[in-house]
Design a protein around this ligand. Structure first.
Ligand code: MD3
Ligand code: FE
Length: 201
């Protein structure tokens, strides 16, 4: 395995996945999106997010007029498709955990999409890490500390990179300031996919 680098308590594996492994994941994700189409969530304030999302696994993330939460079904009423086997293998290998994640969130960043600084705290047990896998266009990731006012560090995430957020970093504020649309040729139409694997409860 390539060397991991530590930044603000996160472990970053640049270029963990080679081109063939990235292409294989994209093929798996096309099947996920066919079964559970991308949706445009709304923020708690009711504004549409620029990132489109879907999920695989026992639970996925949904948002509607009554708020946002983890749910066992896509808004279509169908259960979420299974998490691709290659994604589960990465989870077990990088976290060292025997238990599988409950959710593989799939975030899609088209041109101009971004994700504001936020904390992920809708899961039941913050002692479990979150694993992120980046595919496609470069993205400027920013991470701070447990308080919004804490200083932040930035890092470009590239296609094939993995990031493990555990320990104190699990409750750090983080976001995606921007992407370089079209910087990668992995997705023929451009864009970025980020997978986050989580234990929800
Ligand atoms: C740090 N996604 O889905 S991945 C998210 O690139 C999210 O789509 C971003 O933030 C993306 O919630 C960033 C890196 C990441 C994911 C989860 C974290 C960083 C994290 C959870 C806790 C702390
Ligand atoms: Fe997050």
């Amino acid at each position: 395995m390539t060397e991991a680098q530590e930044i603000r308590g996160c472990l970053h594996w640049p270029a963990l996945l080679d081109e063939a492994a990235q292409q294989a994941l994209v093929a798996d994700l096309r099947a996920v999106v066919a079964a559970a189409p991308l949706i445009s969530p709304v923020t708690p304030g009711g504004r549409p997010m620029s990132v489109r999302m879907t999920a695989a696994g026992r639970l996925g993330w949904v948002s509607d007029a009554s708020g946002y939460r983890y749910a066992a079904r896509h808004p279509s009423g169908r259960p979420w498709p299974p998490i691709p086997a290659a994604v589960l293998t990465l989870w077990h290998r990088l976290t060292g955990l025997d238990r599988p994640p409950d959710c593989c969130l799939v975030n899609f960043y088209g041109e101009g999409a971004r994700m504001g600084l936020h904390q992920d705290r809708d899961e039941g047990d913050f002692s479990f890490p979150v694993l992120s896998i980046s595919l496609g266009d470069d993205a400027l990731f920013r991470i701070g500390g447990p308080h919004r006012r804490d200083p932040t560090s930035s890092l470009w995430l590239k296609s094939g990179d993995a990031l493990l957020l555990g320990g104190p970093a699990r409750l750090a504020f983080h976001g995606i300031d921007r992407t370089r649309f079209g910087s990668s040729r992995l997705l023929p139409q451009g864009g970025r996919i980020n997978l986050t694997l989580r234990v929800v409860a």
